[in-house]
Design a protein around this ligand. Structure first.
Ligand code: DHB
Length: 368
């Protein structure tokens, strides 16, 4: 097939290492999208090229360079963690290649290049809802515990600001390293401070370790509630966390238990194609990212190169398995519902059950 008749998507993901579950989820979702929608769009054969960056930003950048120069990809996609997205953004600008962020969620990523489009979420978007919910539900004093990098710092800042605005107190804000964190000494400190609740942000894949140590230390029995963004009760791990996770309240944009017919279809198809795996919020970011790419190719008919494609990504509005979403044309960031959820048992399995919704939330981190 001639070069001009192929459309190449360079999907860069952490397939190994600490963030491997993100890569596994997104790759599975992208392949599901292609299986459901075919691999011919606007007369072009769509080719997905998957690369493992091991979540090391220098590797992400080198792989992106190779994909642009050697493979001549039309789009870059994936990006499991914020440092990988930020390291690559300048290459998107130089080469005028749209860069679809399917995972990373620090607010500022979309400002790093006019070619960045995001289908995941932002931590400010997810955190503010909990800063409103907590004080209305008997939680007046909170200690925050976040991974010490972009998304954690966003989560800490936006949760805290809103919670304090609503009359809450935050006596201590703790930050743990992203790589190989040991939560024990931090949790001991939280126990001593005895807040009403501990607010946590850790990236996808790290939640189970926090939950385990929280329960092992009997913090729940000491009367400390666990709350956080939905990264903590990640659907990829939640069902193995045990009944100690019951009742944990989080705010996020996606739950595998989201009660819509479209989500039910998505979850069933995903599980069928990937036995033993439940789709999480990373999967939905990958699935919707493919949708944004496919529709942009259809609309632009492959004309106008990267700029034509980018223009056709801006303003897309559609129903996702997460609920309604759109790509804000000005910021290129996702606008979506944020749900409050509680871990409950359904059909013998643990799920994040939605009990409230804040509709059409824009990223609060964007300058006006
Ligand atoms: C990021 C990574 C995650 O795994 C997550 O759940 C949220 C944010 C990030 O690096 O941006």
């Amino acid at each position: 097939i001639a070069q001009s008749n192929t459309f190449k998507i360079g999907l860069i993901l952490p397939m190994t290492g600490q963030q491997a579950s993100t890569g596994r989820q997104i790759e599975a979702a992208a392949k599901l999208y292609m299986a459901q929608n075919g691999d011919t769009v606007a007369g072009k054969k769509v080719e997905l090229i998957v690369k493992d960056d091991t979540s090391v930003p220098d590797v992400t950048k080198r792989l992106a360079q190779e994909l642009i120069v050697n493979n001549k990809v039309n789009v870059l996609a994936g990006f499991g963690i914020t440092p990988s997205a930020l390291a690559t953004a300048p290459l998107a600008t130089q080469s005028k290649t749209p860069l679809v962020v399917m995972a990373a969620a620090t607010s500022s990523i979309t400002e790093a290049s006019p070619y960045v489009v995001r289908t995941s979420f932002t931590l400010p978007q997810a955190s503010v809802a909990l800063g409103d919910w907590a004080p209305k539900n008997g939680i007046k004093k909170v200690v925050t515990l976040v991974s010490d990098y972009g998304p954690g710092i966003d989560a800490e800042k936006y949760f805290k600001e809103r919670f304090i605005f609503n009359g809450g107190q935050v006596p201590e804000s703790l930050r743990v390293p992203l790589r190989g964190p040991d939560f024990a000494p931090f949790l001991q400190k939280v126990r001593d401070l005895k807040p009403d609740a501990l607010f946590v942000f850790v990236p996808s894949g790290a939640g189970a370790a926090v939950m385990k140590q929280f329960l092992e230390r009997g913090m729940d029995k000491a009367g400390i509630k666990l709350i956080g963004t939905g990264d903590l009760t990640d659907d990829d791990q939640l069902n193995d966390m045990g009944d100690g996770a019951l009742g944990v309240v989080t705010s996020h944009h996606y739950s595998a238990a989201h009660p819509s017919p479209l989500n039910q279809k998505f979850v069933d198809a995903f599980k069928k194609a990937n036995p033993g795996l439940r789709p999480n919020f990373m999967a939905v970011g990958g699935y919707d990212g493919m949708r944004v790419i496919y529709e942009a190719l259809k609309t632009s008919k492959g004309q106008g190169g990267g700029d034509g494609l980018l223009a056709a990504m801006k303003g897309q509005i559609f129903e996702s398995p997460r609920g309604p979403m759109f790509i804000d044309a000005q910021t290129r960031d996702v606008v979506q519902n944020i749900y409050l959820r509680k871990v409950e048992k359904k059909d013998g399995q643990l799920y994040n059950i939605e009990f409230d919704v804040i509709k059409d939330v824009k990223d609060p981190g964007k300058a006006k």
